[in-house]
Design a protein around this ligand. Structure first.
Ligand SMILES: C[S@@+](CC[C@H](N)C(=O)[O-])C[C@H]1O[C@@H](n2cnc3c(N)ncnc32)[C@H](O)[C@@H]1O
Length: 301
């Protein structure tokens, strides 16, 4: 009898979860039920949107067999360095993220022979390595540059996330060492610039660097996302692609909205939104010509 009740409860919880769009479920009815309770009662609409995106079933999403193989290889290399915490602060090997990376690279095919890739915020090096491996596999690998300060004591973030809770991110020197080891084991030549995006991007602009692909995944709060995106646009090749991470965060979302209106949307999921930007079409950098000198007005006699 008890077992029948349990089965009934489990079926009910799972079908309501499915109806709410929460496709992935755990092994325990209790955690399914508490997720459902949070989702229906405690979450704000923004939190619900995010959670629904995270819990969706992406197993049917297209990813090429080559990209799948690179992702598996990367997981193994990362596990050997970081153990079970190999995806701390990263969702890079999630199928929906790999799909975004591949779609973006496909959209750049034919336009650029080599892709120079700039990443703002690399943490353990997962997204940088995955992009590098995919580019190498597609024979279009150019320069790989990562800008990340790896602050000595980590940094606090999250107060202005959809969850409204801050925490300390442990992206410190040790993590930088791990990222460098990962690049090495993947055989990727990554230029790691240990500085903030503000300094790093200014330096790259002064060096007249150009990137066909830029991933903005640094600090997501305050004016930092606006600065990162603005300076990145100055570094982006015409018709290059800019990817915004955590675009549903309140200080990123208005910028995502702006790009959606003024550039071409390539692909988007709960985490990343990618746009192809043609700055010559969208930025007014034309000089204002001085109007021709007007003839002296004739004085009526
Ligand atoms: C979410 S993690 C990046 C995850 C990585 N892109 C991935 O998917 O594997 C964010 C990173 O941003 C870095 N970061 C924080 N503040 C920054 C700043 N002002 N400029 C550049 N990077 C920053 C952190 O050190 C951290 O490594």
């Amino acid at each position: 009898m008890k077992d029948y009740l349990k089965m009934g409860a489990s079926c009910a919880v799972r079908s309501i979860r499915r109806a709410a769009g929460l496709e992935k479920h755990s092994e325990s009815v209790r955690s399914d039920a508490s997720e459902l309770w949070n989702y229906l009662v405690r979450f704000t609409p923004a939190q619900r949107r995010l959670r629904r995106g995270q819990l969706k079933d992406y197993s049917g999403l297209h990813v090429s067999p080559e990209a799948e193989a690179e992702t598996l290889a990367l997981r193994e290399m990362a596990r050997a360095i970081y153990g079970q915490r190999y995806e701390y602060m990263s969702f890079a090997t999630n199928r929906e993220v790999v799909h975004v990376f591949e779609t973006v690279l496909d959209s750049l095919a034919g336009r650029f022979e080599r892709i120079n890739y700039l990443e703002i915020g690399s943490a353990q090096g997962l997204s940088m390595s995955l992009m590098g491996l995919l580019l190498r596999q597609k024979r279009r690998l150019g320069r790989l540059v990562s800008v990340d300060p790896y602050f000595d004591d980590g940094y606090v973030e999250g107060q202005r996330s959809p969850w409204g809770k801050s925490g300390v991110s442990q992206a410190t020197d040790g993590m930088r060492e791990g990222a460098l080891r990962l690049y090495e084991s993947a055989g990727l030549d990554v230029e790691q610039r240990r500085t903030t995006s503000l300094n790093g991007l200014r330096e790259l602009i002064a060096e007249e660097a150009r990137f066909e692909l830029i991933y903005v995944d640094g600090y997501h709060e305050g004016l930092t996302p606006a600065v990162d995106i603005g300076l990145s646009l100055a570094l982006l090749a015409d018709n290059g692609v800019i990817m915004l991470d955590d675009h549903q965060w309140p200080d990123v979302s208005p910028l995502e909205n702006l790009l959606r209106q003024h550039s071409k949307s390539i692909v988007r999921n709960w985490k990343i939104a990618a746009f192809s930007a043609n700055l010559h079409g969208e930025v007014n950098d034309a000089r204002v010509e001085a109007p021709p000198a007007r003839e002296a007005e004739k004085v009526a006699t």
